[in-house]
Design a protein around this ligand. Structure first.
Ligand SMILES: *Cc1c(COP(=O)(O)O)cnc(C)c1O
Length: 427
């Protein structure tokens, strides 16, 4: 092999994996075991003391999961990664390492609904506050930052679809304040966008979505960019204070540019416990091997569907950054020129009733609350996920009565469009 850095498609297939040294198995084996035998007492002691890397127990490390971790880190251009049970577990462990009671996260209002709940309710019960940026521009984030802010949290391609965040400007604001920028890159995937290039210090994933890509396995990842100086402000004690259970070592001092990933593993995952199963890690590794092919097809299909919808008389608006008249078109050209993702929203002239009718009439689309499957998916938020909100709140959340959200699959574009066409006639 040449010594030049392999390209993205090569890394998606090979990063982190070798033929199994004992059996020669070429695909990554599923190490379906809870625990690993020590060589001897000294070996055990060095593993427990973090003086040597190795496997103890699958809650903390597992060889199948390690391949997934190396692969995701390579694709994002990070120094290390940690794979966990779900995207929400990745968020929990990230903020567990960063936050202390009374501190706050400055977050974008345009995020996955589950994330908004996690920040508004569960995190508050830990004493972690959230301050919502009023708008999507960098100044709106700067306006919310105070002396207790410990992180800025955004999505790269943002929910409920069609929004591309100005990561470079927001990262400049975070740097100025001496706090890390945490970017959820679930909807873009590293194929479309690598947030570390634009100043992200930590990249999060729900691997459940496009990364795994087949709607069959839950998983999450935390990628350490290795860029943030955790010691500069003295505000991140979990990374900088001596750990009594690990012979008094300070994680940042000992592990440097992989300290954040180590911290999430040896404190967060160890104590909070949301480990991914080796079987799910295997499913996600397999999915990632075709990421580039799938994402390109997802995006190409989504653009064709958005163009079709934009011209349809029953549709009042389409919010997709890939459309040349979209307000986020320029940001899409800058941050994710290969495609604007496959999740977007559109409005129906017939309002709430039309939304309900459309979902009923679609045949190829599955009506469910997920994104990033090979299959095309649809949801009418106002009658499902956002049902309990008042109309005013629904509109603020981008889930007004007329809004339909789609996640375009990798079927033939003509079949996806034909299904929408027949269903729109019934609205
Ligand atoms: C689904 C999703 C999550 C949560 O991930 P889970 O794997 O469902 O826990 C977080 N962020 C985004 C953008 C998502 O789409």
């Amino acid at each position: 092999m040449s010594d030049s850095t392999p390209g993205f498609d090569t890394l998606a297939i090979h990063a982190g994996a070798q033929p199994d040294p004992t059996t020669g198995a070429r695909a990554t084996p599923i190490y379906q075991t809870t625990s690993f035998v020590f060589d001897d007492v000294d070996h055990a002691a060095s593993l427990f003391g973090l003086q040597a890397f190795g496997n103890i127990y699958t809650r903390i490390t597992n060889p199948t999961t390690a391949v997934l971790e190396e692969r995701v880190a390579a694709l994002e251009g990070g120094t290390a990664a940690l794979a966990v049970a779900s995207g929400h577990a990745a968020q929990l462990l990230t903020f567990h390492a960063i936050m202390t009671p009374g501190c706050n996260i400055v977050a974008s209002k345009r995020m996955y609904g589950g994330t908004i709940n996690q920040l508004n309710h569960s995190f508050k019960s830990f004493g972690w506050e959230v301050k919502w940026a009023e708008d999507l521009d960098a100044q709106s984030f700067a306006d919310q930052i105070d002396e207790n802010t410990r992180a800025v949290f955004i999505e790269s391609l943002a929910n409920p679809g069609g929004i591309v965040m100005d990561m470079q400007a927001i990262s400049a604001v975070a740097k100025e304040a001496g706090i890390p920028l945490v970017v959820d890159n679930t909807m873009a995937t590293p194929y479309l966008c690598q947030p570390i290039k634009y100043g992200a210090d930590i990249v999060l994933h729900s691997l459940t979505k496009f990364m795994g890509g087949h709607g069959n396995s839950m998983g999450g990842a935390i990628v350490d960019a290795g860029t943030f100086d955790w010691a500069a402000s003295g505000n991140y004690p979990m990374l900088t204070e001596p750990r009594p259970e690990y012979n008094g070592i300070c994680l940042f001092e000992t592990f440097g540019n992989i300290a954040f990933a180590i911290c999430c593993r040896v404190l967060g995952l160890r104590d909070l416990g949301p480990a991914i199963s080796p079987h799910n890690a295997f499913m996600l590794i397999t999915g990632i091997e075709t990421l580039a092919l799938r994402m390109q097809k997802h995006c190409d299909n989504a653009l064709q569907v958005a163009q079709f919808l934009q011209k349809h008389p029953a549709v009042s608006w389409v919010s997709y950054a890939g459309l040349s008249n979209d307000p986020f078109y320029m940001a899409h050209q800058k941050y994710c020129p290969k495609g604007a993702g496959a999740v977007f929203t559109f409005g129906l002239k017939g309002g709430y009733e039309a939304g309900v009718e459309l979902v009923k009439a679609l045949e190829l689309f599955s009506h469910l609350a997920n994104i990033g499957d090979t299959r095309s998916l649809v949801i009418h938020p106002a009658s499902t996920t956002h049902r309990q909100l008042t109309d005013e709140h629904k509109i603020a959340a981008g889930a007004g009565p007329d809004v339909v959200r789609v996640s375009i699959g990798i079927e033939d574009a003509a079949d996806i469009i034909a299904d929408l066409k027949q269903a729109l006639e019934k609205t």
